[in-house]
Design a protein around this ligand. Sequence first.
Ligand code: DGJ
Length: 541
Amino acid sequence: MKNKSMILNLVLIHILTLNIWSAWAQTEGGTMPQIVEKDGRHALLVDGQPFFMLGGQAHNSSGWPGMMPQVWSAIETMHANTLEVPIYWEQIEAQPGKFDFSLVDTLLKQGREHKVHLVLLWFATWKNGSSHYMPEWMKREPSNYPNITGRNGQPVDSPSPHTQAAMEADAKAFAAVMNHLKEADPQHTVLMVQVENEPGAWGSVRDYSATAQKLFKGQVPAELLKPEILKALNKPVVAKGTWQEVFGNDADEYFHAWSVARYIGYVAAAGKAVNQLPLYVNAALRDPMSNPSATTYESGGATDNVIPIWKAAAPAIDLLAPDIYLSDSERALKVIELYNRPDNPLFVPEIGSNDEFTRYFYPVLAHGGIGFSPFGIDDNGQGRGKTETEARLASIAQEYIMAGPMMRELAKWSFEGKIKSVVEREDHAEQTIDLGSWRAIVKFGASTWRTEQPNPRPIGKAMIVQLGENEFVLIGTLCHFTFKLVGVNAGKAWQYLKVEEGKYENGIFKLLRIRNGDETDWGGPRIGAVPTVLHTSLIMR
Ligand code: DGJ
């Protein structure tokens, strides 16, 4: 058994050293970031190898040069490898047809100086369901660029997805941005681009204007009538029909989702035609457990129930991404599950930034995610200042300090489906992880060989990478691992062969110490508040 584990170790080291992966290897004409799929799992390839975005998102109005020092300070505090930062249609095309990319160029230059990748957020027709980032010249012409109308004729602060002129203008501007990136960023500082921001409508399930009513009374487009789409939407398979006939009670929401997704799909396709960078759309979520009415959330956005509609309407969008602000574990974990689909790579472009949200970093890795990015990382002058901001970011910073040097290994293991995770739930109960012949039992709290201190809030977490039958990498915070044999060997004696604490550097595990005695006896290794990596082998006696 020992030999097998040694051979696996050597093979791993060999594979990793063959690929001396650098997190920052941007060269002129580098390879295009690309999302790949294998056996239903995904990876974002950067410089040809799986890459995990250890991200942070700047506040909405922070993409201006004078605001960027605070943003970079936050990125440094976090040890992030990727910054998500907005770019603004109102600034880029302040005059119709005249494009100013000076802010984009500043971001590119500063990203390179800080050796940090960028994800650019195209704040354009939709920003949180409204159109507040449309250029002034469009805002001044509401009859040419109208908002939607509510069911009772009331005005709704959300752009109409049925305005050809707005869609063409957005597509033209977005294509210009993507073309500029093609020319100004051959080294691919930018990994992905978000098209719009949380599109959809608050305050009305759909548009009830005369134009919309006419479309709504028409036939459902053939693209949506494919049997696999209707089945995925739990609707009877039919060959034709109006929105009401085909979708019944869901017709209003589905019509809006189709209309918004079709518009954004058009904008995205215009960009993709000039530059093949991965594109995504982020979603304001609905309660994933209760199938609530669309009047209670942002209708038309890429909520979990309409993912098949978005996929059919916007094929140029590579993925639909959940913005996670639901902190309770049942809901947050459900969302992670729902957006990790064979046809949808998991990426969390926004999530709360305190320690209760940090626990979801592990399940995102365990579900083959390609990135994780707490929102609102910079001190933008509206909070309690830099000290408070840094305290809020402390837990994710600790995770990124641990994960940064082994990011390429984590991304590869994640792509290969080798990672499993648990988070501390609100009831603080122990959790189990099944690992073939072994079962890990994870308890939460700060404990030593003689004391057990429960966590005051649910912030503990653990992940296990299975490298071989008896060989694991244990990572966690505020948790305690124990193991038992299951299956045919259940009840047999076993012991820790070796528990090595250390870190991966350039693909090689560097030993800090072998944990034994009090640090492993008394029921197995414990980890405190600082994320720790334990390369662990077990043996049956
Ligand atoms: C979600 C949005 O996508 C962000 O741009 C920001 O507005 C946050 N909400 C603020 O809570």
